[in-house]
Ligand binder design. Structure first.
Ligand code: HPA
Length: 268
């Protein structure tokens, strides 16, 4: 894998007047959250060197370049997950390519289960911090000093400035935006009720199977990060049994809200 090669390829294909400052990465069933992008150009991941397509239903696996608020925005629809059997390096490869391209900030979207008992399916949660419960990191192994430091600081994993801008964007479109801590598990099984009680005890508000590897790699490479979880379901043991179909359906219903929020955020 060679992120410089992938970045050069993207520069040639899209002929950017200026490399987009912001990129968005979407999760399960969330491609519709990008419906506001105009002058869209799309490229399947299968046509980008070293990019791989998700095996998960609901993930589009394509790159979109479009415009919003007078600026170009880059979006990656779909991501890889540890439970697909990919390595952490494969999961974070697109984020490292964005950094190599010159993108400065990345907005990561995901679907998550609500642990906080005041969260309802359909709520949007701005991620203020995370808890990595996987015991894994994309930074394990020899450090690539060209990318970032051996021991990157994670005390502001989610940019305070982007959090402020996201709240402003939510206020501008009169949207209720919750805040909370995202717990990461590699999946693919949903959690047990005991695991959810444990996560609540240690301070998690939502749980999901993505995003954290990308956040770690993004911070390592010096990108600013914002994260938004669409709460698709109450976590295990709170309501009924869970299914991916339910997660996808609920995710799709949230795309209108997500799309309004993102559009306002990107205009700011
Ligand atoms: N658990 C883990 N990941 C998820 C969930 C959940 O309840 N909902 C959506 N993604």
């Amino acid at each position: 894998m060679n992120r410089t090669e992938s970045a050069i390829f993207l520069r040639e294909v899209f002929d950017f007047s200026e490399v987009p400052r912001t990129a968005v990465i979407t999760g399960s069933g969330q491609d519709g959250a990008l419906s506001f992008l105009t002058e869209r150009q799309e490229l399947p991941f299968s046509e980008i060197p070293y990019f791989t397509s998700s095996t998960v239903p609901g993930h589009g696996s394509k790159l979109i370049v479009g415009r919003c608020g007078g600026r170009q925005v880059l979006a990656l629809c779909g991501r890889r997950h540890r439970y697909e059997g990919c390595t952490m390096e494969e999961i974070v490869y697109p984020v490292r390519t964005l950094a190599a391209l010159g993108v400065r900030e990345v907005v990561l979207l995901n679907a998550a289960g609500g642990i906080n008992l005041s969260f309802l399916p359909g709520d949007l949660m701005l991620i203020t911090d995370h808890i990595n419960l996987s015991g894994q990191s994309p930074l394990i192994g020899p450090n690539d000093d060209q990318l970032g430091p051996r021991f990157p600081d994670m005390s502001e994993a989610y940019s305070a400035e982007l959090i402020r801008r996201m709240h402003l964007a939510a206020a501008r479109c009169a949207l209720r935006l919750r805040e909370g801590v995202y717990a990461y598990t590699p999946g693919p099984q949903f959690e047990t009720p005991a695991e959810i009680r444990y996560m609540r005890t240690i301070g998690a508000d939502a749980v999901g199977m993505s995003t954290v590897p990308e956040v770690i790699a993004a911070r390592h490479a010096g990108l600013l990060v914002a994260g938004v979880s669409g709460i698709t379901n109450s976590a295990a043991g709170i309501a009924g049994p869970l299914s991916h179909e339910e997660v996808l359906r609920a995710g799709e219903r949230m795309n209108v809200k997500l799309s309004r929020l993102l559009e306002r955020f990107l205009e700011s």
